[in-house]
Design a protein. Structure first.
Length: 379
């Protein structure tokens, strides 16, 4: 079986993408299959994938509705004798095939890494007329695409699955629930020890409105006003960084906040954190929380559906209301000022991490899905 995975993005740093694709290629090869990976741009980190797969660059991925993407994809599939196609990100990829002149015949799997934009309450409110119209129109398009092109959906969270079914984008029968995997080698056995000097609150999140660094900074400001000393380290980069740096100065926090930018291996910084925070407003499956857990870090995260599938409030972390600086600051204060709570959350984080699916388990599940879909299509 020749498998084509098409990814809408080519980040400058591979990160968790590499880990999952390497595991996928390794598992596919072991079962006698071939993996071909399509990206819109060439990146140095893709060299690591060449040992387990072929890499093709498809610039048309970035604008599939205007670039003649279906025609290009057909040529690639013919050249590599592709048997099954797996899309990651951007629903416009299968949508462009559904509305192309020639009917698409190969089996297609669509992978939901985040909730659909049109069904995301944070991005498209169902309380406005414009939002309701957008949901109705997108639902009709999604239903047609699901019927004509998609054989199976992979959903990374129960929230995504429920949204797709409730809004009739697909049916329960066509959804395969599979969260991302983690590297089992990351797990540690010792409870994390909080710094005796100034504790560090850390986050790893690219600068986008979704990640809500504004609320994080305001919460940190409230924490410092309680006279509890701390530092905030932020790993990541992106379009909202200049505005967040400006807000840091306006709040007078520049001496306590460190902007570390993009790191080649962000996991190296986790060992220097004392507490991990994710102030996101929506998420697919927050792998970064699991990485933080592997270091025994107490977790504070927003109370949104995908996170509540991993974090149980007061058990293996603390949940706070989105866009609520005071709630977030209170969680920081409770954990950093209560040594027993800190140790309990650290121990529970490690235990939760050890229960997670590994990247190899994830890859085995995906390859088995390929085999099942192809077998069903052949019958």
């Amino acid at each position: 079986m020749n498998i084509l995975n098409v990814l809408y993005f080519s980040p400058e740093v591979g990160g968790g993408v590499i880990k999952h694709l390497v595991a996928l290629g390794r598992t596919a090869n072991a079962k006698g299959h071939n993996l071909i990976l399509g990206f819109p741009k060439n990146r140095k980190w893709q060299d690591e994938l060449l040992a387990i797969s072929k890499v093709v660059i498809i610039p048309e991925i970035e604008k599939p509705l205007r670039s003649g993407f279906p025609k290009i994809l057909r040529k690639i599939c013919k050249l590599h004798s592709i048997d099954i196609v797996h899309f990651h990100f951007l629903f416009a990829l299968p949508f462009s095939l559904a509305f192309s002149i020639s009917k698409w015949c190969l089996p297609v799997i669509y992978h939901w890494h985040n909730p659909p934009v049109a069904l995301n309450e944070f991005l498209t409110s169902n309380k406005t007329t414009k939002g309701r119209l957008k949901r109705l129109s997108s639902g009709a398009i999604a239903g047609f695409t699901d019927y004509r092109v998609i054989d199976q959906h992979i959903s990374m969270s129960k929230e995504i699955s429920e949204l797709l079914i409730k809004n009739k984008w697909t049916t329960q029968k066509k959804i395969f629930f599979l969260q991302n995997g983690i590297e089992s080698s990351l797990a540690i056995k010792e409870i994390h020890q909080k710094s005796k000097n100034i504790p560090v609150i850390g986050t790893v999140a690219n600068f986008r409105p979704q990640k809500d660094h504004v609320t994080l900074l305001k919460a940190f400001d409230l924490l410092l006003k309680t006279e509890l000393k701390s530092e905030l380290w932020i790993v990541g980069d992106g379009p909202t960084r200049p505005a967040i740096e400006k807000l840091t100065i306006e709040l007078g926090l520049e001496s306590s906040v460190r902007f570390l930018g993009t790191l080649l291996n962000p996991s190296e910084i986790f060992g220097k954190f004392d507490l991990f925070v994710l102030s996101t407003n929506y998420e697919g499956h927050p792998l970064v929380i699991l990485e933080a857990m592997s270091f025994g870090l107490p977790i504070v995260a927003t109370r949104i559906s995908s996170i509540t599938e991993i974090i149980f409030d007061g058990n293996n972390g603390m949940l706070v209301n989105p866009k609520d600086p005071s709630d977030l600051a209170k969680a920081f204060q409770n954990i950093l000022s209560d040594e027993l709570l800190y140790q309990r959350l650290s121990k529970a984080a490690i235990h939760s991490f050890k229960q997670q699916l590994t990247v190899d388990d994830w890859a085995n599940n995906v390859v088995s899905l390929y085999e099942n879909v192809l077998a069903s299509k052949s019958n």
